[in-house]
Ligand binder design. Sequence first.
Ligand SMILES: Nc1nc2c(ncn2[C@@H]2O[C@H](COP(=O)(O)OP(=O)(O)OP(=O)(O)O)[C@@H](O)[C@H]2O)c(=O)[nH]1
Ligand SMILES: [Mg+2]
Length: 234
Amino acid sequence: MEAHLPAKSDVELVNNQASKQVAKCVSVGIMAHAQGSDKNSIAIVIFGKTGNGKSTLGNIIMGRKSFPVGSGMNSTTLNRKTDNRTEEGIHLKVIDTPDFISLNGHDRSHKDLTKEVKFVKREAKESSARYAVLLAIRCDIRYTNEEYDIYKQFKKIWGRNLRKHLIVAFTFGDKRSSNIKKDIENASDALKKVLTNAKGRFLVFSDLEDTNTKEEQVEKLRVMIRDSKGMKTR
Ligand SMILES: Nc1nc2c(ncn2[C@@H]2O[C@H](COP(=O)(O)OP(=O)(O)OP(=O)(O)O)[C@@H](O)[C@H]2O)c(=O)[nH]1
Ligand SMILES: [Mg+2]
């Protein structure tokens, strides 16, 4: 019986298909890597008004001095900064941002703001299996309409899916004298709306010397992100 030998064109066809397949696998591999193929990869974006403790919060989450912290009248963080850490198989990326609306009293242009927010969103989405957006709000002072405006502008640019990823991070917890749950019950309509957008998710953070307390705060955050299925990127 004669063995069937493929014609030259058949061989070329097979080779072409094989190389296309390889190319497809490679590009899928690269894409999967770029999108955070590791199901344990988490990205956290921190935003909010200047001086609300965003960079401090980033340092608490990272467990080290990743982001410069400042005091005084001027904004410290002028450009977004990212830091990464891998621990116990979890790859964590924290993106610290400047006050998106106003830097040292100068309002940013809408075009500039849109570009920045969209960049951060893409970065969070493409680099992780799930991501959270932490809105830093001081819990020791009043929540103002000006601050609510910052949130509304940010939300408008980010889009509706912000709700799936939003967590209110109350900062300056060590300066709070009363019970946070009571404070929330009596909160302004604006703050209540933000908390409703975050599906009631909030956490309190304190910048204390005590490392154990900080670790407990970060653990609560980790569990919240793990249990929020809506935070998955795919
Ligand atoms: N007591 C106390 N102080 C805090 C806390 N978080 C931040 N601070 C202080 O608040 C000041 C501002 O903190 P940052 O972390 O730089 O605030 P930021 O939101 O990053 O500010 P910008 O980069 O200017 O937008 C610093 O003096 C911090 O030490 C906190 O939880 N408790
Ligand atoms: Mg900062």
